[in-house]
Design a protein around this ligand. Structure first.
Ligand code: ADP
Ligand code: MG
Length: 252
């Protein structure tokens, strides 16, 4: 069984069909990339999977659960974490504080038990704290741990966002353009991390990325979208050489 199964999903914004009858499966343990020109519908697919939007039509199954039966606040607990194309961090909080808050952004439903300090909640708190420290180690963020986000370079903020998502301990990590705005060196670091996230952590990764070099170097499979439609799906090489994909990029 696939970890994630997106089936015949359509999303409309008024008259605009942003995602048009798209289907794909992401297998456990793989790195799957979504590519396509601007406006192709890539971020909308992410927003559907993270339940920011209700699809107009279609079904999304994650780890045996029908995602559409779940509220957006359940997503992190089900095992899905994401980063955003435009970084979303608290500017006036430290790296550590931003990473610690990650678990709470999606857990309002347990507020009552937190108030009563149930032992299970405290245990979860300690486990999350450990996961945050672990992500700081993994992503080499020690030097920035107690610094405010506001003063940090863009490349570091992107890594903090990845760390916050990782610390939730997800089964599926959604990365929206992890390399955009990064230098070549920083992009290389992202490539190493994505590989380690997959190989060492065993986390499945679904990413949107423009840098085809990065996509080809880390992805097991790639799906190309254009105008909301699926154009091709296969290995990075198959997709790069697909005549429809070449046409969509050159014609755009
Ligand atoms: P990509 O991430 O591939 O660049 P998006 O998924 O962001 O593309 O957008 C796909 C299409 O849907 C675009 O035409 C965009 O303008 C439109 N769109 C995305 N989000 C919204 C929204 N919240 N309201 C209206 N239109 C949207
Ligand atoms: Mg986008």
């Amino acid at each position: 069984m696939s970890l994630l199964s997106v089936r015949n999903v359509t999303m409309k914004f008024g008259g605009l069909v942003a995602v048009n009858d798209v289907s794909f499966d992401v297998e456990k343990g793989e790195v799957f990339a979504l590519v396509g020109p601007n406006g192709a519908g890539k971020s909308t697919v992410f927003n559907l999977i993270s339940r920011f939007y209700d699809p107009f039509e279609g079904e999304i199954v994650f780890d045996g659960e029908n995602l559409l039966d779940h509220a957006p606040s359940d997503i992190a607990q089900l095992g899905i974490a994401r980063t955003f194309q435009n970084i979303e961090l608290f500017e006036n909080a430290t790296v550590l504080q931003n990473m610690l808050v990650g678990r709470h952004t999606h857990r309002t439903s347990n507020l009552l038990s937190e108030l009563f300090f149930l032992p299970s909640v405290r245990r979860a708190e300690i486990a999350h704290r450990r996961a945050v420290e672990d992500a700081i180690d993994f992503l080499n963020l020690h030097a920035y741990r107690d610094q405010l986000i506001a003063g940090l370079p863009y490349g570091v903020r992107k890594v903090v966002e990845m760390g916050r998502a990782m610390a939730i301990g997800p089964k599926l990590l959604l990365l929206d353009e992890p390399a955009s705005g990064l230098s070549m060196e920083e992009t290389q670091d992202v490539a190493f991390w994505v590989e380690d996230i997959k190989k060492i952590r065993g986390i499945t990764v679904l990413m949107v990325e423009h840098d085809m070099h990065l996509v080809a170097s880390v992805s097991d499979r790639v799906m190309a979208l254009a105008d909301g439609k699926r154009l091709a799906l296969g290995t990075p090489q198959e997709v790069q050489n697909d005549p429809e994909v070449i046409k969509a990029y050159i014609g755009a």
